[in-house]
Write a protein that binds this ligand. Sequence first.
Ligand SMILES: [Zn+2]
Length: 110
Amino acid sequence: MTHSHSQILALPIITHNTEDELHGAKEYYDTHGQRCIFCDIVAHETVSKIRIVDENEQFIALTPYAPRFPYEEWLIPKRHSSNYESVDEDEVSSKKIIIQTKSLLTPRFL
Ligand SMILES: [Zn+2]
């Protein structure tokens, strides 16, 4: 890959990175009084406002602490949800809006 771009894939397997992320989230849950790491990230970033790229009522787009690659952004629902299958229609529309904005399509640090 010579340039940054986005891809959405549906795979019948769990990738190594996703497995690591799930393991880390479970470890955080077990060691932090059964707290969700992603909800804690949203709460922290909403207060600090350092890494927020864009947000709307239901989603926040942010650059993660210690990203794996340049311009990495995460799109996290503000309402706790363990999977995207539980996202309702309003949240799907909200996610479309935030993805379609310049925030997730244009490098923000040029
Ligand atoms: Zn959560």
